[in-house]
Design a binder for this molecule. Sequence first.
Ligand code: 2BA
Length: 108
Amino acid sequence: MKLIVAIVQDQDAQNVINELTEKEYRVTKLASTGGFLKAGNTTLLSGVETEQVDEVIEIIERNCKTREITTSLLTVTMPGDTYIPYPLEVKVGGATVFVLDVEQHIKI
Ligand code: 2BA
């Protein structure tokens, strides 16, 4: 068995969850925050059989879009300690996916 951990953008999360649940995969949604942008994103956990991993990754791929985000994360320091926001463009997504081996899966 494998645990798929997928970090997706909030806008894409519901479509991924809908398609996974339609196809009878189990999924857990966690609210998360990216370390770089410090903006909300969604982490999905799905425990699946090894042979189902490829289909789950396809579902994630189909529903997650890459987006260009402009942020003013960087600042330029001017004389007199004035901070001027410096726009920075980053591409986010489609999704960051980790596939982990599951040692035990217990339901109590
Ligand atoms: P954030 O950390 O907020 O990163 C958002 C986007 O900013 C990243 O998109 C990437 O394009 C850019 N970025 C991140 N760190 C950077 C850096 N040090 N320098 C320049 N640009 C940087 P994605 O790569 O699509 O990542 C989206 C979100 O997925 C991340 O949000 C983070 O929450 C998660 N993530 C990505 N890679 C990860 C990893 N190796 N481990 C854990 N979480 C990860």
